[in-house]
Design a protein around this ligand. Structure first.
Ligand code: NAD
Length: 488
């Protein structure tokens, strides 16, 4: 793929579209321009949706489930065969360490096609025998049909992984898709178009349009009446706009949105595990993980020990570009996001935080100095109503606060409009379950973080989203369940 000229993928072909407009795709490592991305006009998006609609009744719609799932296995295999190209593209767009992208982003991106092909083959639908007055009875059979054209709107933090997390189940269920990747990370979604063609996926089944949100590809897609359902991952504010767009025509919507996740560290935890897990949950992907921890509550008797060890360990994080094999922390995604995170670093000081580590912009080698770097940062001492405690920052930072009792920490963790995930650290399993049941989140980890079984439910409570995806839960969104009643 030519990284310098990124086109839409519509009806099996790479096209420049009709707007005549392009925008820069930048490398966050040094802010250099990787290439130009074509911005879709309304008619380009309409063409992609029309191709997706036509493909529903074309060769794709005639495939047996076995043929369709075989095709998706081939897609997974082909991503792995072209692993290095996907890796290079993802690292160019995001600047994340190669070690991270090669362990998480690319293999999980491929696995999403395999797992949902397996799910669709193995999930039964319901059946009920009904007695009738004439004694002959009736049989009810549940039948799952594809929902139709699915709009997939994805974010920049785990571009391939989060996009295929939606495209995998959508295609496994027999739908067609139009994907609008984040304007910050267009490469791997485009490269996947080549893979679809190589694997014989019929034209129109997988389409990609590039552009921004409002008054651009995102809005053109979500407002298109031939889109049957919209699945979105991104900020809660954007989720609200997309839910409003989906309301027109009563289209189904799945929203995976922001978080301000709490870690809860009890004094009976295995401290080594808690430190290792909190390091990952606060700093992995430079803190740009929706499930990441930005609030850490630590039981008072081990507070100072935990704090000192976390700060000491975090001093070992190494900022660097993907080409540096020793780097453990990449840059943020963009200059705009860098400014946002730095503004929270400033706000933390104004709100009275004690800065235990970092708190600013690092000095990098000359060739990297224009990149989107920020220091990993740890604070303590903020009030519970500080904005830094309440708002999602989405950077490599966390705030530590001591607590005394279980009841107190449950109330603290729940005192937030978001409800995505939590990580609880304790060796007492009764306490772990008792607390996990009371935290208002969609995902609760005990003694781990980001340990994902793709068959399980994934999604957020409160303002972190609507609906669940993963395993059979994805089938609820990507299929229309019909009851067929046969009178005997
Ligand atoms: P964002 O909301 O800014 O953008 C996400 C996508 O929506 C992009 O493709 C963008 O172009 C598009 N978009 C923006 N405005 C739109 C509009 N009006 N109509 C249609 N499309 C529009 O989010 P982001 O900054 O790319 O991602 C970071 C956010 O995503 C964080 O809040 C993070 O917590 C969240 N996130 C959530 C999950 C989850 O599973 N819950 C996973 C990853 C990221």
């Amino acid at each position: 793929m030519n990284h310098s000229d990124i086109r839409h993928f519509i009806n099996g072909e790479f096209v420049t579209g009709s707007s005549g407009r392009t925008f820069d795709n930048r490398n966050p490592v040094d802010n250099s321009v990787i290439g130009q991305v074509h911005e879709a006009a309304q008619e380009d998006v309409a063409a992609a949706v029309a191709a997706a609609k036509a493909a529903l009744t074309g060769p794709w719609g005639q495939l047996s489930m076995a043929e369709r799932t075989e095709m998706l296995y081939r897609v997974a295999d082909r991503i792995n065969e072209r692993f290095d190209e996907f890796l290079e593209a993802e690292c160019l767009d995001t600047g994340k360490p190669r070690s991270l992208a090669s362990h998480i982003d690319i293999p999980r991106g491929a696995a999403n096609f395999r797992v949902f092909a397996d799910v669709i083959k193995n999930v039964p639908t319901e059946s009920f025998r009904l007695d009738t007055p004439d004694a002959a009875g009736a049989v009810n059979i549940g039948h799952r049909a594809p929902k139709g054209v699915i709009a997939v709107i994805s974010p920049w933090n785990l571009p391939l992984l989060l996009m295929t997390w939606k495209v995998g189940p959508a295609l496994a269920c027999g739908n067609t898709v139009v994907v609008k990747p984040s304007e910050e990370t267009p490469l791997t979604t485009t490269l996947l178009g080549e893979v679809m063609n190589e694997c014989g996926v019929p034209a129109g089944v997988y389409n990609v349009v590039h552009g921004f949100g409002p008054d651009s590809a995102g809005e053109f897609l979500t407002s298109n009446p031939d889109v049957d359902a919209i699945t979105f991952t991104g900020e809660t504010r954007t989720g609200e706009i997309i839910a409003a767009a989906a309301a027109k025509g009563l289209r189904d919507v799945s929203l995976e949105c922001g978080g301000k996740n709490a870690a809860i560290v009890f004094d009976d935890c295995d401290l080594d595990k808690a430190i290792e897990g909190t390091m990952r949950s606060a700093f992995a992907n430079c803190g740009q993980v929706c499930l990441g921890t930005e609030r850490v509550y630590v039981q008072r008797s081990i507070y100072e020990q935990f704090r000192d060890r976390l700060v000491e360990t975090a001093k070992g994080l190494r900022l660097g570009p993907p080409s540096d094999a020793d780097s453990t922390l990449g840059p943020l995604i963009s200059k705009e996001h860098q400014q946002k995170v730095l503004s929270y670093y400033e706000l933390a000081r104004e709100e009275g935080a004690t800065v235990l580590l970092g708190g600013g912009q690092p000095t990098m080698a000359d060739e990297l100095n224009d990149g989107c770097w920020v220091e990993p940062t740890i604070w303590e001492g903020l009030d519970d109503d500080a904005r830094v405690i309440r708002e999602e920052i989405f950077g490599p930072c966390c705030h530590l606060r001591p607590f005394d009792s279980e009841e107190e920490v449950i109330a603290l963790a729940n005192d937030n409009p978001y409800g995505l995930a939590t990580a609880i650290w304790t060796e007492n399993s009764s306490r772990a379950i008792r607390v996990a049941e009371k935290i208002e989140v969609g995902i609760a980890w005990v003694n781990s973080w980001f340990l994902r079984d793709l068959r399980t439910a994934f999604g957020g409570a409160k303002q972190s989203g609507i609906g669940r995806e993963g395993g059979v839960h994805s089938l609820e969104f990507y299929t229309e369940l019909k009851n067929i009643c046969l009178k005997l």
